[in-house]
Write a protein that binds this ligand. Structure first.
Ligand SMILES: O=C(CO)COP(=O)(O)O
Length: 150
């Protein structure tokens, strides 16, 4: 029998939820704790702390969303340090940091980052065969276009 173990690539996954969506995200995280524990987790301040408590796994916690956490996640996306975003944003409540949220969602599209904004999409993403693949999402039309421009 072979001793070779297939090491599946670890993804850097950002987890974010607005207050009325936190319970849903934590429920999803707990249900998927086995899979998630194989990856590197990031989160905005409060979400990150709740995820850590729920599944007893380390989460790199950034600032709370209204204090700049979404912007920090956006910066990680721009630098290629985040592979996936699970962001349960609240479509029923206005947020004081709405421009930051829009900026993060925009950067997710610019950099072609898989981004789930509800539980169904998060389920499809986490069970995708591409989770076990070195999927290179950053080679987008935009990045090629911008690279040619400068
Ligand atoms: O506001 C948020 C995302 O826009 C989330 O921030 P917290 O995780 O700190 O609650």
């Amino acid at each position: 029998m072979s001793n070779i173990r297939i090491l599946k690539p670890r993804k850097k996954i950002a987890l974010i939820a607005h207050d009325h969506k936190k319970a849903e995200l934590i429920d999803w995280v707990y249900y998927n704790r086995g899979v998630l524990s194989r990856h590197e987790l990031f989160g905005t301040g409060t979400t990150g702390r709740l995820v850590e408590e729920a599944i007893d796994r380390p989460v790199t916690k950034l600032l709370s969303g209204p204090l700049g956490g979404d912007q920090q996640i956006g910066a990680l996306v721009a630098e290629g340090l985040v592979d996936m975003i699970i962001f349960f944003w609240d479509p029923m409540a206005s947020q004081p940091h709405d421009p930051d949220i829009k900026a993060l969602l925009r950067l997710g599209v610019v950099w072609n980052i898989p981004m789930a904004c509800n539980r169904a999409t998060a389920d499809f993403m986490l069970t995708s065969p591409l989770m076990n693949d070195e999927y290179e999402s950053r080679l987008t039309d935009y990045s090629v276009y911008l690279a040619r421009k400068v």
